[in-house]
Structures are given as C-alpha cells and as structure tokens.
Design a protein around this ligand. Structure first.
Ligand code: ITT
Length: 193
C-alpha cells in the first residue's frame, strides 16, 4: 500500500480524493502547522507543481497536489487560476452571486472546471496530469453539496448543479476525478505503485 499525502489546505479536496483514489493508495492530509504554499503562477500547472514541490520538501515524503478552478467562456476564462483568490476572504455565496451578476443577460454560459494534479517525491520524480469537466453556469445558486462553485455549475448531461447532484455523481465525472485517474494510471505505468 502506497501512502501519499494530498498536499492541500482544502479539506474538501482531501475528502474527494479519498473516494477517488484506487484501493492500493492511501490518501492522508497534511500534518498541522505547515506554512501555506505561495501561489503566484500564471497557470494551473505552474501552481500545481509549485504546491507539490513546496509541501514535498517540508514533509519529505511523496505528495500529490492539485491546482484547479472554474473557467467561464463569457468572462474570457475568469476566474480560472484566481478561483480561490477572487474576492478573497468573502464566503462562496457572495462570490457566486458576483459571478451570476457578471453573467446577467449573458446567453453564453459555457464553463468548465479544470484540474491539474501533480505527484512529487523526494527521489526527484514529478508527474502531472490534467482533467476537465464541461458544463454551464446556472441562473441561480442551487444545492448545498460539494464546495466552492459547485452550486452554480451544471455538468453536461445533467440538469442539476454539482451542489445538487452530490458526491457520488461528482466523483465519477469531475475534473479532479479525471486528473487523478490519469495521474494514478501514469504512476502505475511507471511502477511507482
Ligand atoms: P490548496 O491550494 O491548498 O489546494 P485551494 O482551495 O486554494 O486549496 P486552489 O488554489 O486549487 O485550491 O483553488 C481552487 C479553487 O477553485 C477552489 O477554492 C474553488 O473555489 C474552486 N474549485 C476547484 N475545484 C472545485 C470543485 O471541485 N468544486 C467547486 N469549486 C472548485
């Protein structure tokens, strides 16, 4: 059994990955009291590598990290890499209300969640994988399951938001599911577990 630390300060992500990861991998959270990784990259991939390397150097064990976000076509990809930092300190209800306001009268509601997952280990191996889920932004905030922008994102093929659909469906189609499925496949091919 390979133990991998999910190097994130977002506990919702850890809970999701515990359900997504193959049985042969045990996912643990970060120990408490570790300084938060700075996020200054311009792309998801730069940020994901930056987080994985930052935390791996501190815990000195294999880690995975992800950088993820919501890209809205009518807003030219915003909030994208700024999904977490947009209106920092405000709760997600306020952030979602602001986004719905920005999309008022906008017909094009196409959007996607993007996730870059990165594995890094002290022996110098770094592997990355990407996952996306296409969908659209709802007209209002719906549902209270999941986290972040889940209550305004309707994945293609469904009428409900991730906030309404719940974890079983989300974890079988999400950007995070696809990115980590790809990542674990690559790690297996490299005989890492
Ligand atoms: P770490 O950097 O510590 O991992 P974080 O939450 O700041 O935690 P990110 O920088 O990757 O992580 O920001 C991603 C943000 O994008 C996240 O806070 C949500 O607002 C949004 N997001 C990403 N995945 C999401 C998902 O599955 N459902 C809803 N919102 C999501």
């Amino acid at each position: 059994m390979l133990e991998i630390i999910f190097a994130t300060k977002n506990l919702h992500k850890v809970e999701e990955l515990k359900k997504i990861a193959p049985k042969s991998v045990e996912i643990a959270g970060l120990p408490e009291g570790i300084a938060i990784a700075p996020e200054y990259g311009e792309t998801f991939l730069e940020n994901a590598i930056g987080k994985a390397m930052w935390y791996m150097k501190i815990v000195k064990k294999p880690v995975v990290a992800d950088d993820s976000g919501l890209e809205i076509d009518a807003l030219k990809g915003f909030p994208g890499v700024f999904s977490s930092r947009f209106m920092e300190g405000e709760d997600y209800k306020k952030k979602m209300e602001k986004i719905l306001k920005m999309l008022e009268n906008e017909e094009n509601r196409r959007a996607r969640f993007v996730c870059y997952a990165v594995y890094a280990s002290p022996d110098g191996i770094v592997v990355s994988a990407k996952g996306t889920v296409e969908g659209k932004i709802s007209q209002n905030i719906r549902g209270s399951k999941g986290f972040g922008y889940d209550p305004i994102f309707i994945p293609d093929g469904y009428e409900k938001t991730f906030g309404e659909l719940g974890e079983d469906i989300k974890n079988s189609i999400s950007h995070r599911y696809k990115a980590f499925e790809n990542l674990f496949k690559m790690l297996k091919n490299l005989d890492i577990f």
